[in-house]
Design a protein around this ligand. Structure first.
Ligand SMILES: C[S@@+](CC[C@H](N)C(=O)[O-])C[C@H]1O[C@@H](n2cnc3c(N)ncnc32)[C@H](O)[C@@H]1O
Length: 354
């Protein structure tokens, strides 16, 4: 998934830097999980992984990829789908069969259609072009069906979150945006006019009890008792929720009171103290002081709002600190003028051995 600060492409590099510094263990806590790319990587290495994020859309991904160790069987819903004669195949996994059924449900003009497609927002001065009318109504129909199945106990909790994760991952491939949802294109990107098709997600099993949370990091420090505490907070003033508000609404499907040109949901509870230089440093201090870990690893950015000398000086109060850095292509979004002109920044790893 395209996500600001997504570490999927560099997590292997991060791991090799940690290995070169003799940072290893059996447990990792990913406190700012986002897309779960880091947790997933360490999970497949056999680590016991805990993770958390303030965004509910991330929690859905964490429930599916990190907490879940099962291959979903969908043993209650599959016979019902089969009886309806909607799908026939011996060659697909249960997840693929369920997705193929969901792909065929009749469209519904629900919250997404009515607020994020031009067909549903024609009455607005600027109709919203996040999804085509067909894709918007399909997203509504799929989201409603998943909820109906959960309420009728036709799918279990992990199956529920796996389906939501498939929906979120798939939707982001058809959204008419330049990576973030703080704005939509005024014309259709060719990607967005294709009919939406659900894609299965890949799951791993580490045979361990992995825990996931949907919380402000500062509120769950007492839950942290790990070998590697991995921190990947925001490194600038841009809050995450406005950039992913549509995905958050699809995940929660809670009919929020939206406003403005982009149909923004309220986000007072998802505002992060890490998006302000002063409060970020105070928060980092609290995390370093109040959590139990052998190693604290902070992923940051050479252009981040906390200053390098302040971070080193703060972390040095708790043990030995090493700073490793490497050049990296930043996330490209047309939303940020800087991104287009200046593409190279340093990805930094502050490694604290307690
Ligand atoms: C740089 S991104 C993490 C990216 C992630 N490592 C990945 O690979 O996708 C920062 C994440 O921190 C989350 N976040 C920001 N402030 C938070 C807070 N106070 N508590 C918990 N999560 C927070 C955001 O929602 C966002 O998902």
């Amino acid at each position: 998934m395209r996500y600001i600060g997504n570490k999927e492409n560099i997590v292997e590099k991060i791991h090799s830097i940690l290995a070169a510094n003799n940072i290893c263990g059996k447990r990792l806590f990913d406190l700012f999980a986002g897309t779960t790319g880091v947790g997933r990587y360490f999970k497949q290495l056999g680590y016991q992984v805990d993770s958390s994020d303030i965004m509910y859309m991330s929690y859905c991904l964490q429930k599916a990829y990190i907490e879940n160790n099962q291959t979903p069987k969908f043993d209650k819903i599959l016979p019902i789908i089969h009886n309806n004669g909607q799908i026939q195949s011996l060659f697909y996994t249960p997840l693929e069969l369920v997705l193929s059924y969901l792909d065929s449900v009749a469209p519904i003009k629900g919250f997404i259609y009515n607020n994020y497609t031009p067909d549903g927002t024609l009455h607005l001065e600027v109709p919203r072009l996040y999804f085509t009318g067909d894709n918007g109504a399909k997203i509504d129909a799929i989201r409603i069906k998943i909820e109906e199945w959960k309420s009728a106990e036709l799918i279990n909790e992990s199956e529920y979150y796996i389906l939501l994760a498939c929906l979120l991952e798939s939707v982001s491939l058809y959204a008419n945006v330049a990576g973030v949802y703080a704005a939509f294109y005024k014309k259709w990107d060719p990607r967005a006019i294709k009919p939406l098709k659900l894609r299965p997600i890949l799951l791993t099993n580490n045979n361990q009890k992995n825990r996931v949370f949907n919380a402000d990091s500062l509120s769950i420090l007492y839950e942290i008792d790990t070998d590697i505490l991995y921190l990947d907070p925001p490194y600038n003033e841009r809050q995450y929720l406005p950039n992913y508000h549509v995905l958050e609404t699809i995940a929660k499907y809670d009919n929020p009171q939206i406003k403005g040109v982009t149909g923004m949901r309220p986000y007072d509870k998802e505002k992060s103290v890490f998006c302000n230089a002063k409060s970020a440093l105070q928060a980092l201090k609290k995390v370093a002081e109040c959590s139990k870990y052998k190693y604290l690893v902070l992923s940051y950015n050479s252009e981040g709002i906390m200053k390098q000398e302040d971070i080193i000086s703060l972390l040095s109060n708790y043990g030995d600190v090493v700073l490793e850095q490497f050049e990296y292509n930043r996330f490209k979004s047309n939303n940020n003028g800087l991104s287009r002109t200046k593409k190279k920044v340093f990805e930094q790893l502050y490694i604290l051995k307690r």
